[in-house]
Design a protein around this ligand. Sequence first.
Ligand SMILES: [Fe+2]
Length: 353
Amino acid sequence: MCLEMMTPLGPDFHIVTGRRRFLRQTFAYSALLALGSKTSLSSLLIADPTAAELLMIGDWGYDDNHAAQSAVAAAMRRYAHSRGINPQALLMLGDNWYGELAGGAHSSRWQRQFEEMYPPDVFACPAYAIAGNHDYERWPESKVSAELEYTRIGKTATGPTRWTMPSLWYRFEFPATKPLITFIALDSNMPLVDGGSGREREFTLTPQQQAEQLSWLKRELERPRTTPFLVVMGHHPVYSNGVHGDHPILMRDWNPLFQKHKVDMYLAGHDHDMQHLEFEGHPTSFVISGGGGALLTNPKIDPAQRGPYGQKIYGFSHLTVSSTQMTLRHLDSNGGKLHAFVRTSRGKVVVFS
Ligand SMILES: [Fe+2]
């Protein structure tokens, strides 16, 4: 039985084929080990008890109807509990607040849609946040400013907040002790050179901020690596099969840096779906986790044409990291497995879907 198949994407990219239904139903290290006949594959799938875990969502803070956000959040809680996962971070991938945030940092929405939705008894960890386009809306005042202020205030009526957005762009290492990943959190809200709606033109970084961030990013990437993995996150995808498509400014400004400095993974939201894209010769895995609660949108490109994965569905993502590999899983709003892949510190990608 052929379990590992070379794809047109290059020699370091592999797809595990066969028994897809079985994998979806029983996705577990033990099941995958049972399938793997090659030593190299089996070695990728050995659970490491010292691995660090984080969960992520994008496009979650919907205003009109909280049903989808609540369903995804409940699935995250059940998933962490049933698997005995104690996440060491949450990643909030932008579009954290749709609609009006009356009261700004003092809005009751913080308690209802963040503190209680992702409660500290399950997520006793920092929630690292970046700004999306909806966060930039001044409704009634700048919601980005409110998010920065909420971090500065640092507490709620019931205790300290885990919300962590110290600035528009920042760096952190994960986990806090014995770090395995250097995270670079970016603000992808670019002033558009041409195109875009009036709303997008009005609520973005200024051109000066755009240049400052790019200079900062270059300096950060020039620093010697101190962790096995380097991951960048920004709200807008560089590449996407979703409704918004590829981003010309991020392709121009960021993508060459990702290639030059061999960024291992880029995490984004913005398109309200779940995706994983790989490109031949490109050192970066592109992940979109935009199913956190906002109304879903239709993809433009079939993942059969450019993939390996894309689906219009609510969900969240789970990243497990050890000193030798990262495992990214997309989960749906019932906690069911949608797609998963392993990326090693040597750049090998193995997909299980
Ligand atoms: Fe967005």
